[in-house]
Design a protein around this ligand. Structure first.
Ligand code: SER
Length: 376
């Protein structure tokens, strides 16, 4: 099942459950000085979480997001990205844990037909309510419900002790089990292990607190729901891939880069084959990183950010620079990133039909920046 179908199914599922389908917000957050780029679906709804009435109490989105904390990991792991899409459903003082859990389970197991046996869940260590819903209402065996702490099952992670201020709460995550053949191979392995066997696919946040300046957690006027499921990761699971970069969201771009390398290097010498294990950080990692960075740069420019020496523009410039360095390592010393924009437009034309009209301008901005950086 490809990403376009998954996006549509997700939004359709929640629309049928009376959610207002809200457009993705820009990567440049409006009225939110706490973040440089939009990092999650919930950001455009902070005021609704704080009690503001926008006229709707249920919403669902496919939000474009940018996170740069893990920039150096991109390409070295199977699931780290700068740019990604987050599928989310939200409740502003309407439904709470029971419905959020039941619908997430229904969507995965009935709509997408993921086998129940492949799914595990985690809950916040003190959250007996969520634990019991999973156990009694959904019927998950207790050995597949893991209790985790502030770092894993509170959102934002460790917000209780470290911040940021704002809406937060305990969460419950749903994991897909790739099976004992993947990861550490230990007899006892569960979602708390970071070996790669278990991949988190959906985070259900029970947003019920406002963290204040003094670090105290004040109950919000309402109990809310904020969920987030990475589309790239879901697509990988649905396509039986252990690596997001092996899905159709990235592969056409990667193929194009490989062709570019072959033109330059003749036989493509030094380029890892398509079938090599995805979790390496060899040459495939560089292809993955370039494909990731292309998406980040294109959507940043799409949202009006110009590469520059400060703020957001500086981050975009840094990402362009990183991709240029990867391209250079692959033997491509001429302007190239700009030539990949068309491929990305084809992949993303369904959710972003207007990208086509912007294609030339965006490619031109990338080309000009690379020229002024004097690196190709
Ligand atoms: N805000 C949560 C996250 O980013 C759930 O959407 O994971």
């Amino acid at each position: 099942m490809n990403a376009d179908i998954l996006r549509e199914k997700f939004l359709g599922f929640f629309e049928a459950r009376k959610h207002k389908i809200v457009e993705s917000d820009s990567l440049v957050p409006k009225d939110d000085p706490t973040v440089l780029f939009t990092p999650a679906g919930m950001n455009q709804f902070k005021k609704e979480f704080m009690g503001f009435d926008s006229g709707f109490r249920r919403a669902a989105t496919a939000q474009r997001c940018l996170r740069t904390d893990d920039l150096d990991k991109v390409g070295k792991t199977s699931a780290h990205h700068t740019f990604f899409e987050m599928l989310g459903n939200f409740s502003f003082g309407d439904y709470f844990k029971e419905e959020a859990i039941a619908w997430a389970w229904e969507f995965l197991t009935q709509e997408l037909k993921i086998g129940r046996e492949k799914l595990w869940v985690s809950v916040y260590q003190e959250d007996d309510e969520a634990y019991n819903i999973w156990k009694d209402k959904i019927g998950i065996p207790e050995k597949k419900i893991v209790r985790l702490g502030d770092k894993d099952n509170f959102w934002p992670a460790e917000a209780k002790t470290k911040g940021p201020n704002g809406p937060c709460g305990p969460c419950s995550e749903i994991f897909y089990d790739f099976g004992p053949g993947v990861g550490c191979g230990e007899k006892i392995c569960d979602p708390s292990c970071s070996c790669g066997r278990f991949v988190e696919i959906w985070n259900l946040v029970f947003t019920q607190f406002n963290r204040k300046e003094d670090g105290s957690l004040e109950p919000l006027p309402n109990k809310n729901i904020d969920t987030g499921m990475g589309l790239e990761r879901l697509a990988a699971v649905m396509q039986g891939k252990q690596n997001n970069f092996e899905t159709e969201l990235f592969q056409p771009i990667i193929k194009e880069i490989k062709l570019g390398c072959q033109d330059i290097n003749g036989d493509g010498a030094g380029i890892a084959s398509d079938t090599s294990r995805p979790r390496n950080d060899g040459n495939n990692g560089m292809f993955y990183a370039i494909a990731d960075h292309l998406r980040a740069v294109v959507f940043s420019i799409y949202d009006g950010i110009t590469p520059s020496n400060e703020g957001r523009g500086y981050i975009v410039r840094k990402i362009i620079r990183k991709s240029a360095l990867h391209l250079r390592s692959l033997g491509i010393n001429k302007p190239f990133l700009n030539t990949l924009v068309g491929q990305l437009v084809q992949i993303m034309h369904e959710p972003y039909p207007d990208l086509k009209d912007r294609q030339e301008d965006i490619a031109q901005v990338i080309l000009m920046k690379k020229k002024t950086l004097l690196i190709f």
